[in-house]
Design a protein around this ligand. Structure first.
Ligand code: EPZ
Length: 417
């Protein structure tokens, strides 16, 4: 169990170099399976989910190394088709290996990735799309066995939900398939664009990533490449919310400001001054925040669900009431109990949370339930008077690289045990 000990009520000041994106690096690592060659991936964040991905790739026959945020993956001999249960369930997003393994080896055997703290994580859209591309799928024996006799065939796939993972899986399945695949109602998140840019640098033919329709023309072979992962937009929002909540002034470097367009207006609503550079965002917070207003999470370019806990934590110390509506996941408020334990005044039901800002939070011991909820509790601890202990069974290190060191450098009194 990890503990973050925080002595709160210090405004954050200074600069931060942003980490690479967790949610871009994970599908890009899976995509290296399609090349049967050596790829060098820079700006890869040092996260437990990235190291789990490297374990999965190694188990499939890849030769992998990871040093100074550069992953080198040689998938020449990656003829494995099965991911063992422990590796599958250790990482929520492991299902995106289905398309990659099947596409390369015509066979894939995976267990179900399992639910997570945000509620059930169904994969029906992944399986139905892969099936429509010619895969035989047997999921009657507690695991997913997929195979194709003559390889996958391009199809038109209409997604009823603009699922990020399903869009990624279909792209991975389509790159080496016969013919053209068209994804309608595709997810438009920046991470989809990064995956497509990586694959196109390997010789894939993907057009329209980031838009509602993506067209992939299958090719015979993909080649190794050298690529740099995009910055992590949710980690950026995390540090900006921490700065705002503590009344500080922080500049984030190596960010793509346009990736944060869906959230920037809410910092301004709260009374923060924002200075947007080409690859930097600086936030200067007022002593006391105003309410952000009403935030409804949506698929990109709507307000990202992953930033909901961060803005909710920030709103808990504003002078007024804010309302949140979570429209992507069923149970993404489990961390609210921890914020209320710190003295926040949050109520609500189903997908709605009402946050009545309080004058101050007060340190106590709180438990992390999920990755972004854990970041919200750390933000709560940074604002609280006195000492907060945030206990974490490994959620936070899945998505945040050196979060305690980064916050320490910004003037927080935080120690990780
Ligand atoms: C990705 O998860 C991200 N994870 C999540 O970030 C993010 O919250 C989510 O996209 C939405 O933006 C990674 O990229 C590794 P979805 P994913 O498929 O792909 C339903 C974080 O904190 N659905 O877009 O699993 C699903 O239940 C994580 O970094 C189906 O019904 O999300 C959800 O309600 C948390 N059937 C909605 O779609 C399916 O087959 C969106 O899920 C697939 C999804």
């Amino acid at each position: 169990m990890t503990e973050y000990h925080i002595k709160g009520n210090n405004a954050l000041f200074g600069e931060l170099n942003l980490q690479g994106s967790k949610n871009a690096s994970l599908p890009i690592l899976a995509a290296t399976l399609l090349t049967s060659a050596r790829s060098v991936i820079h700006n890869c964040p040092d996260l437990s989910d990235v190291h789990q991905s490297i374990k999965i790739l190694t188990s499939l026959g890849c030769e992998c190394s990871f040093e100074n945020n550069t992953a080198i993956i040689d998938s020449t001999n990656a003829d494995g088709v099965m991911i063992d249960d422990e590796l599958m369930t250790s990482m929520r997003s492991s299902i995106i290996y289905l398309g990659a393994i099947l596409s390369r080896n015509n066979r894939a055997i995976l267990s179900y990735p399992g639910g997570c703290e945000l509620g059930p994580r169904p994969i029906d859209l992944h399986l139905s799309a892969i099936k429509s591309m010619g895969a035989e799928i047997d999921d009657t024996r507690g695991r997913i066995e997929c195979s194709t006799v003559d390889g996958l065939v391009g199809r038109e796939v209409v997604l009823p939900i603009a699922s990020v993972g399903a869009t990624e899986n279909i792209i991975l399945a389509a790159c080496l398939a016969k013919g053209r695949t068209v994804i309608r109602n595709a997810a438009k998140e920046p991470e989809i664009v990064d995956l497509a840019n990586f694959l196109n640098s390997c010789g894939a033919r993907i057009n329209g990533a980031g838009e509602v329709t993506i067209i992939i023309d299958g090719v015979k072979k993909l080649y190794g490449t050298e690529y740099s992962v995009q910055p992590d937009r949710i980690a950026a929002a995390t540090y900006l919310c921490a700065a705002a909540a503590t009344g500080g002034r922080v500049k984030i470097n190596n960010v793509v400001p346009t990736h944060l367009l869906p959230v920037l207006q809410y910092y301004s609503n709260a009374g923060c001054q924002m200075d947007i550079g080409d690859s930097s965002i600086e936030i200067a917070a007022p002593k006391k925040l105003s309410p952000v207003g009403t935030i409804k999470t949506r698929e990109y370019p709507g307000f990202p669900t992953d930033a909901q806990p961060l803005f909710l934590a920030m709103s808990s110390v504003a002078k007024g009431t804010s309302v949140f509506e979570e429209n992507i996941f069923n149970s993404r408020y489990r961390y609210v109990d921890g914020l209320n334990k710190l003295g926040a005044n949050i109520s609500g039901h189903d997908s709605v949370a009402v946050v009545k800002g309080t004058n101050s939070l007060y340190g106590t011991k709180v438990d992390v339930t999920d990755l972004r909820g854990g970041a919200a509790l750390i933000i709560g601890g940074l604002c609280a008077k006195g000492k907060t202990i945030v206990t974490d069974s490994g959620h936070i290190s899945r998505g945040y690289e050196k979060i305690s060191e980064n916050l320490l450098n910004l003037g927080a009194e935080i120690t990780r045990y």
